[in-house]
Design a protein around this ligand. Sequence first.
Ligand SMILES: Nc1ncnc2c1ncn2[C@@H]1O[C@H](COP(=O)(O)OP(=O)(O)OP(=O)(O)O)[C@@H](O)[C@H]1O
Ligand SMILES: [Mg+2]
Length: 253
Amino acid sequence: MSLLSVRNLKMAFGGLAVTNDVSLTLDKGDRIALIGPNGAGKTTFVNLVTGQLKPQSGTVHLDGEDVTRANPASRVRAGLVRSFQVTRLFTEMTPEEHVAMAVMQRLGRSRQLVSDYRAMPEVMDEVRDILGLLELGGIAKAPVSAIAYGQQRLLEIALAMALRPKVLLLDEPAAGVPSSDTVLIEKALAQLPSDLAVLMIEHDMDFVFRFAQRVIVLAAGTLIFDGTPKEVAADPRVREAYLGSYADAGSLA
Ligand SMILES: Nc1ncnc2c1ncn2[C@@H]1O[C@H](COP(=O)(O)OP(=O)(O)OP(=O)(O)O)[C@@H](O)[C@H]1O
Ligand SMILES: [Mg+2]
């Protein structure tokens, strides 16, 4: 039994099939990249899996449990966590407060005031560990509005980790990050627990090839490839739909 099993998902917007009978499975420890042209339906796929959107047909099972109709919050509690393509942080709150809020949410203590975490040593320890892991300890008490965008994106990964997911779906975690800082994101991803299943949407193919053991390609809502990074570079359909310019630039072996 797969950890995450997506079967025959379908979604259309105004007659345009954006998710066209997509099926895939994720297992413990997977590192998967989801690639495809702009508008291919990558974010929509993540929205369907995590419950921000309800599919017109198809199913999503987590750990054998049918979560197709479950709301996003209960999927998070079940271990299905995502990040967003555009940051969704509170500009006046600090990284420490953000991570504390996520830890308290996981512990079912989100009805308490966020500031109460300072009196909870076990929450404080965890917050410190997570921020340290992502090298955000030095700016733990600065408002988000005062920290660099690359650090904001790292904070989003920290928030996802604080929820202790089984499956983590990252929607372009390096989008908008200056290339000098993408190494920080890569380093953060390398620190994720090895049994966590991670699917990452990413356009930078060099990053994709360093990260993924398996690559999935969506084009116009249809899954056209599911295989190894080595095979994806050689696949004629993928080259035509997406990788042509990359391959022609001579970056692929
Ligand atoms: N809520 C919506 N209502 C109508 N159309 C939508 C909606 N969300 C997405 N779409 C359309 O569905 C298609 C797929 O969009 P989606 O955001 O999933 O693509 P994507 O692969 O994530 O693209 P990108 O690489 O640019 O992030 C696009 O044509 C988009 O305009
Ligand atoms: Mg997208």
